[in-house]
Design a protein around this ligand. Structure first.
Ligand SMILES: Cc1ncc(COP(=O)(O)O)c(C=O)c1O
Length: 373
């Protein structure tokens, strides 16, 4: 599932292009950089790729969420709804930005339950942060209806879903703002890195100012001569990250296509095993196939299944602590329905480069594990 698997001459070339000039800062140094602005180029190409009005490169996906929440300028202390099943960074960023995370159940798509959103909306709710989990989109149409009816902002956490779409439209472009991660294990990577996207010029400006100490980045005026436009901090992306982003984005289509093919080949071999079910999708054609998630009859069966996979050299993903329990430790609540689904699920990471040998090893291990069902 990782852009790092396809690092090659293109990444070297892009990074060397930066190092040759020695300018690692995204702003200024016009003479030394000779017209090379890698972060800016990455932002423009990323915005074009997902069809968003504006994109802002930042230092991580966590930073992207924090920057977007600050840009939205919502009243501090209010409640933000988000799923109980997400990486802990979603919850942390809501707290870091001064809001109260209110967790909602997930459903069989492993994304936030719109039914639970409706139950949890209160007079203090200001925003929903849906998370497109494990490479597959949340059903954004239903969620946007609820947000509109209740006048709530929507910030999409698409950190695990770069390149995925729902009904033909790229995730991250449905809400008021969207966030992406390019950390080292993501479908495309800049080592660490993230992107904030929006169609609103005003929200983009707020994000841009905030992520660089409130600098308004006025044309023709040096950093020292500007006045602070708003409260801010440093969440900037640097030119090496930008360079990697330029190279990796060019490969994203191919990475996704390979993963889909690998996943299809595995699924074809195991889809008729009695007692073995699969994750359901809001839009399967739009997924990026970073994971294959199977479901069995209960926790005991799933635990046995995972043990057999490990005995056969295949390690399933561990999702329950950092993606569920830690969130509840921070934000509270009780989610027996979500827990029941997670407990009986087994997720396998789909690699970008997968030879016949590995493919057979996975399908054989799954078949052996399924014998005990
Ligand atoms: C759903 C989700 N949100 C946010 C993040 C944070 O991204 P980063 O690791 O780039 O800070 C991640 C990273 O795994 C994630 O999965």
């Amino acid at each position: 599932m990782a852009g790092r698997e396809v690092f090659g001459a293109e990444e070297m070339e892009q990074v060397t292009d930066v190092l040759k000039r020695g300018v690692l800062f995204r702003y200024g140094f016009d003479k030394e950089r000779g017209g090379v602005f890698k972060v800016r180029q990455f932002e423009q190409e990323f915005a074009g790729y997902i069809n968003s009005g504006y994109a802002l490169g930042v230092g991580s996906g966590s930073a992207a969420l924090k920057v977007a929440l600050e840009a939205l300028n919502l009243p501090k202390g209010k409640e933000i709804l988000t799923p109980c099943f997400t990486f802990v960074a979603t919850i942390e960023s809501i707290e870091e930005a001064g809001f109260k995370p209110v967790l909602c159940d997930m459903d069989e798509t492993f994304n936030i339950s719109t039914e639970d959103i409706k139950r949890k909306i209160s007079k203090n709710t200001v925003c929903i942060v849906p998370v497109h989990m494990m490479g597959s989109a949340m059903a954004m149409d239903g969620l946007l209806d609820i947000a509109r009816e209740n006048k709530l902002k929507v910030l999409e956490d698409a950190c695990q879903c770069t390149g995925a779409s729902f009904k033909g439209r790229k995730v991250g472009t449905f809400g008021d703002m969207g966030c992406f991660s390019f950390d080292y294990v993501k479908v495309m990577t800049t080592g660490e890195g993230g992107m904030v996207v929006t169609d609103s010029e005003e929200l983009y400006k707020q994000a841009e100012f905030y992520h660089d100490h409130g600098h308004p980045h006025l044309a023709g005026l040096g950093r020292g001569d500007e006045k602070r436009a708003r409260k801010g901090f440093n969440y900037r992306m640097n030119e090496i990250q930008g360079a990697l982003g330029v190279a990796q984005l060019k490969k994203l289509g191919d990475i996704i296509a390979r993963q889909k093919e690998n996943k299809k080949n595995i699924k074809e071999e195991i889809q008729n095993i009695p007692g073995l079910d699969f994750r359901t999708f809001a839009d399967e054609s739009g997924e990026i196939a970073t994971f294959l998630t199977m479901l069995v009859g209960g926790k005991d069966k799933a635990d046995r299944f995972k043990e057999t996979l490990k005995e056969n050299g295949i390690t399933p993903a561990t999702l329950n602590y950092w993606h569920f329990t830690a969130n509840i430790e921070i934000a509270g609540g009780s989610f027996p329905k979500s827990k029941e689904i997670l407990d009986r699920s087994i997720s396998l990471e789909i690699k970008t480069i997968m030879g016949k040998e590995l493919l057979e090893k996975i399908t054989e291990a799954v078949k052996k594990a399924a014998k005990a069902l």
